[in-house]
Design a protein around this ligand. Structure first.
Ligand code: HEC
Length: 149
């Protein structure tokens, strides 16, 4: 009886180890530049949330600072998409490299919308800033529809 119990524990123990390593592999699936840009996009999502909260509190300083970070990211973004980096688990569409002008245009739209949000937040005008925020969110979505699987 005791031995049976022990074997049962050992089995559970081994099963847990198996599970945790499987999980590690999944997390490590995205490597190098792909992992870096995924992290950058996750950060973009957080920044958009921060801007949204800033709009509710009329905190134009937070909005401007977050938009500055997005502007910076728009300028770096092309470097994060080297040819052939549409490898699983990346969701990058191969259209990024088949239609480089279209992709650059989508980045440019994002850059200009970030810049506009910075400028509007400096006016401390709530409605104008909300509009600029909506336009910016539209450039995220626009690019995803065309260039994200
Ligand atoms: C010019 C194109 C483009 C713009 C602009 C853009 N994205 Fe993306 N986004 C992508 C692509 C391509 C991927 C897929 C990257 C990959 O998996 O390799 C992606 C992935 C993501 C992801 C998933 C990241 C992950 O963990 O896999 C999030 C979240 C995201 N974007 C949010 C945003 C937000 C928020 C904005 C705007 C503030 C934005 N993106 C603007 C192209 C864009």
């Amino acid at each position: 009886m005791k031995i049976k119990k022990l074997i049962c524990f050992i089995n559970i123990f081994l099963f847990c180890i198996l599970l945790s390593t499987a999980n590690t592999f999944a997390v490590e699936g995205a490597k190098g530049i792909i992992k870096e840009r995924m992290d950058k996009f996750k950060e973009s999502k957080q920044l958009m949330k921060k801007i949204n909260v800033g709009l509710q509190n009329d905190n134009f300083k937070v909005i401007e600072e977050s938009a500055q970070m997005l502007l910076l990211w728009s300028k770096e973004m092309p470097k994060f998409f080297p040819k052939g980096s549409d490898i699983s688990p990346s969701e990058a569409s191969s259209d990024i490299w088949l239609n480089p002008e279209g992709f650059n245009e989508a980045i440019k739209n994002f850059e200009l919308a970030s810049l506009d949000l910075i400028n509007q937040s400096n006016t401390n005008d709530r409605d104008k800033t909300i509009n600029a925020f909506r336009n910016l969110a539209g450039t995220c979505k626009g690019c995803h529809q065309k260039f994200r699987n």
